[in-house]
Design a protein around this ligand. Sequence first.
Ligand SMILES: NC(=O)c1ccc[n+]([C@@H]2O[C@H](COP(=O)([O-])OP(=O)(O)OC[C@H]3O[C@@H](n4cnc5c(N)ncnc54)[C@H](O)[C@@H]3O)[C@@H](O)[C@H]2O)c1
Length: 430
Amino acid sequence: MRYAIVGVGGRHAMFRKAITETHAEGNDLVALCDVNDSRLALSAGKVPKRGNGVATYDASDFDRMIAEQEPDTVIVTTPDHLHHEYIVAALKAGRNVMTEKPMTVDLDKLRAILDAQRESGKTVTVTFNYRYTPARTQLKDLLLSGAIGEITAVDFRWYLDRVHGADYFRRWHRDKEKSGGLLVHKSTHHFDLMNWWVASTPKTVSAMGKRVFYTPEMAEALGLGGHGERCHTCPVFDRCEYRLDLANDPALRELYLEAEDDDGYLRDKCVFSGDISIEDTMQVQVRYANDVFLNYTLCAYSPWEGLEIKFHGTKGELTHRHVEVHGVFGGVRDKSAEENMTTVLHLHGRRPEPLEVWAGEGDHGGADPVMLGYLFEPGSMAPDKYSRASTHKEGAWSILTGIAANTSIATGQTVDVDRMLAEAGIVLER
Ligand SMILES: NC(=O)c1ccc[n+]([C@@H]2O[C@H](COP(=O)([O-])OP(=O)(O)OC[C@H]3O[C@@H](n4cnc5c(N)ncnc54)[C@H](O)[C@@H]3O)[C@@H](O)[C@H]2O)c1
């Protein structure tokens, strides 16, 4: 298969390595495309030499790239608000698409993608790596087996610490127009897991959201009032726990700092800036089409990082807890402990039963290597009894909870998802 990648920033490297190194057999990376020449050259230089090497194209030459290089599949790893441009262009040119999450950030862009997919008949794969984390697949396995009977309600909480959480407040993510806010950008993973775990889709959504930590007022309160626009030249750099040190991180330095002159993209803007438009504290309530209820919290400044989820069912409860980071000390994350995932089945009339948690090696709790196997070497993988592969349809449903939640935050009203879709002229099967 021939692949082209558009958007060669931090995330694309996972796909590039899979195609050119770990799953190179039968796969060919034919082109890279970006607006930034330095990042293009950096990425092309990391591709192991084979044949004619990889061609690079400026984003304005995307159509020429398709015509000249004839990729079977275009992989989209640009900032979120640009996904639809390349997804639609690739589909119209008769190519399949693999896109990073979130598939897109608002209803107009979603409609454009769904129309182009329908008209072209080509495939859109959304790379939801979280489904492939062995511990999360185990939850699906237990729920599928009816371990807790009929699922009735779910409590789901996701906590981002002050290193990872802060990172969403530095660059394009912090602009709601560009990322959809964390309820789209980040929670697309969580709402996709929910849709998959409970085998349903959101029907009504109500939400609250606010920004209370990443604010100019908090900078003052932390004694960081004299901060600059960015960390690299910031007057309070030495005493700020939230700084990103681009100059002293070799990977970030070459990818962002040394590429700045091309396009002015600053990777390390101050997390306490006044022009941030996303929330850092969010709660959402969802009623699913199959009448499962969800209570969801996302906090982006927690003292630890991880998740807690409890599925309530007619026979009992299934509880999963994953501590990814135990705490942040002086800006350094402690990820040390071995036993940091627990899954407990508590059935009516029995004591809670701790289960052996399914484990795996690699990024995102062992998810990424499994997903890459299915994406790039499907013949070597067992048939997927958990149906983890995701199309435009799952991509769409995963963002609709967050899009509806954003509307609910803005209006204070509960959003009926069917009505929201009808008003936007979107036809989507449940
Ligand atoms: N699934 C996951 O766990 C995961 C993790 C990280 C990122 N992501 C997703 O991957 C995508 C990329 O994130 P990232 O962290 O690599 O961002 P990034 O900012 O590091 O990289 C984006 C790249 O897109 C390029 N770009 C900007 N405008 C462009 C345009 N008009 N045309 C072509 N290229 C353009 C930039 O120059 C940059 O090289 C996002 O959608 C993000 O949500 C997913």
